[in-house]
Write a protein that binds this ligand. Structure first.
Ligand SMILES: [Zn+2]
Ligand SMILES: [Zn+2]
Length: 564
């Protein structure tokens, strides 16, 4: 009973209502003003009011001691839970902070929480317009993951224009020295920054940053969110978004990163102030000060993690990996050492690296419009041997077919190897089989291979119509009476009737540059004896015999085209 009276007696006469988003320190300043006290007097009321001696207000905004909560509740009339909810405890339980290992009475235990990713440093960001409007300091502004004010659609301001320090930087007192709009950061023993926090224009934030911030707000409010196609708990979403942003910050701190994004120069400037002889900035522990840089990294990360599946997320991450292309021993370890090793991060990084190994992904990145008819089933032998053989090895037919399939994928919207094979008039199953066989033999840099594919494609003559040549050979195969006897007699020694399928196949392979198995001379893929017989025919064919066969396909084709 006595205690009840005591508590009631300590209550201040004027008690403004707390704003639902308000931070405790800002509220206590308003409480002081409402009662005609200055902040220091209010703090004395709180810390000495029960006569048991001074009470520590260390960690007031992070996790105040139980007694501090009780006393603030006493003087303000707020419930104890309302007091706690105006501190960072509101964002505990992984939303996004973990405060479990921290006991405010044990300073050393602060180490348990301070190194978790993006733990709020002392001080606060502000939305200048919010403060100008209602004087309420929002608790949320303390979280580095919060970068904009959704109400005013502007970037939060991270530092005072006067002293250059974060607002409400805590040196000794948890409250500012002033209750007006002066910054009030303590600069010397009795010297405080007089600069008005309302000075300085705020920058409008682009739509993608606002959308990204909305997803963060939803997660902070406890909603589950889509992460690479899976609905995940808000704690997971917030952590993985931060991990991905951290990875991007490290990538963009690389030499080539300055030009890649508009906030690159600012990032590099901050990185240089945070780089020591021993190590570079630890973006995973303490993120960049500027809200614009954090917003840039978080928005790019948001683009990645909100894709509807892992593959698409990996495709979004993949272009950034150019920045570490020259890292020795492969970029996998480099990446994993620069973010949290969660399962989601490991899978994302592995997929992104895999997609860079993927020739198809690389060759189809930049479409070069060439008619498919200009692409033979087997690329020209001389092109193959001068440009690709060292990369693909000596298996000529597989190699030439593979190059042609790559050319089709670079020239068309074919989405897979089967479609590419189909566009060349081949059995679709040939496509993936060839791609598998070729990639097993590949000893090459994918980007260089893709570059060569594009170079060859750009030089390919659109005058050659290989589909028309194939048609012509089929036509000749179905009417041998019109040409075969005459051709046999024209060369010495005269060829036997049995050589008809080989003559057809020679035209198919050498003039139409067709795939041997697809020759119209046979209906099923030839066995090894037939293949050997064809090779024998081919090697013994005299020059004039070749010329005559070539002419049958090409000249007639061009004359019939003229006739059309
Ligand atoms: Zn605002
Ligand atoms: Zn200042």
């Amino acid at each position: 009973m006595e205690e009840e009276i005591g508590r009631g007696q300590r209550r201040l006469p004027s008690r403004p209502a707390i704003h639902p988003d308000e931070a405790l320190d800002g509220y206590l300043e308003r409480l002081a003003t409402a009662n005609g006290l200055d902040p220091a007097q209010l703090l004395r009321t709180v810390t000495t009011s029960d006569g048991t001696g001074a009470l520590s207000l260390s960690f007031l905004m992070i996790k105040p001691a139980v007694e501090a909560v009780t006393r603030i509740s006493d003087v303000s009339g707020l419930t104890e839970s309302a007091v706690r909810s105006a501190t960072l405890m509101r964002y505990g339980g992984g939303l996004p902070l973990h405060l479990e290992g921290f006991d405010p009475r044990d300073r050393h235990s602060f180490r348990n929480v301070v190194n978790q990713g993006w733990f709020p440093q002392t001080g606060s960001q502000i939305c200048v317009e919010c403060v100008a409007e209602d004087g309420i300091w929002r608790l949320q502004w303390r979280l580095p993951i919060v970068v904009v004010c959704l109400k005013h659609r502007n970037f939060l301001t991270a530092c005072c224009n006067g002293c250059g320090l974060r607002f409400r930087l805590r040196r000794y007192s948890p409250l500012r020295a002033s209750t007006d709009h002066a910054c009030g950061n303590q600069l010397g023993l009795r010297q405080h920054c007089p600069h008005s926090i309302l000075e300085g224009a705020s920058q409008p934030a682009p739509d993608e940053v606002l959308s990204m911030q909305r997803s963060i707000d939803a997660a902070l409010a406890g909603e589950s969110i889509n992460l690479m196609g899976q609905r995940v708990a808000p704690q997971v979403y917030l952590a993985e978004l931060r991990n991905t942003a951290t990875l991007l910050l490290h990538l963009l701190t690389r030499p080539g990163g300055r030009q890649r994004v508009h906030w690159g120069p600012a990032l590099h400037a901050e990185a240089s102030t945070r780089t020591t002889e021993l190590r570079g900035p630890r973006w995973g522990v303490s993120p960049p000060t500027s809200s614009l840089i954090r917003a840039g990294a978080l928005s790019e990360a948001w683009e990645i993690v909100t894709q509807s599946n892992l593959d698409d997320a990996a495709t979004k991450l993949s272009p950034w990996l150019d920045l570490i292309a020259e890292i020795p021993n492969g970029p996998g370890a480099w990446l994993l050492n620069r973010t949290a090793r969660t399962q989601a991060m490991e899978r994302l990084i592995a997929s992104a690296l895999l997609s860079r190994q993927d020739v198809a992904g690389q060759v189809s990145r930049q479409r070069i419009e060439v008619p498919v008819s200009a692409i033979p089933q087997l690329i020209d032998r001389d092109i193959y041997f001068t440009v690709f053989a060292e990369m693909l090895g000596g298996y000529e037919n597989t190699g030439r077919l593979y190059v042609s399939l790559c050319l089709v994928r670079a020239a068309t919207s074919a989405r897979n190897w089967s479609q590419a094979a189909g566009l060349l008039g081949l059995d679709p199953a040939v496509g993936p089989r060839t791609a598998r066989a070729a990639s097993a033999r590949r000893s090459m840099e994918v980007l260089e291979f893709a570059r060569r594919i594009r170079a060859v494609l750009a030089r390919l003559s659109a005058e050659r119509d290989f589909r028309a040549r194939e048609d012509r050979v089929r036509q000749l195969a179905s009417s041998p009476d019109s040409w075969f006897d005459q051709w046999c007699r024209s060369i010495a020694p005269a060829r036997r009737v049995q050589s008809l399928p080989y003559a057809i196949t020679w035209m198919w392979c050498e003039v139409a540059q067709g795939f041997l198995s697809a020759s119209p001379a046979w209906t099923t893929s030839p066995d090894s004896r037939t293949r050997a017989a064809y090779q024998a025919f081919k090697s013994r064919l005299p020059e004039n015999g070749e010329a005559a066969l070539r002419e049958l396909v090409v000249r007639t084709q061009s004359s019939s085209r003229r006739a059309r």
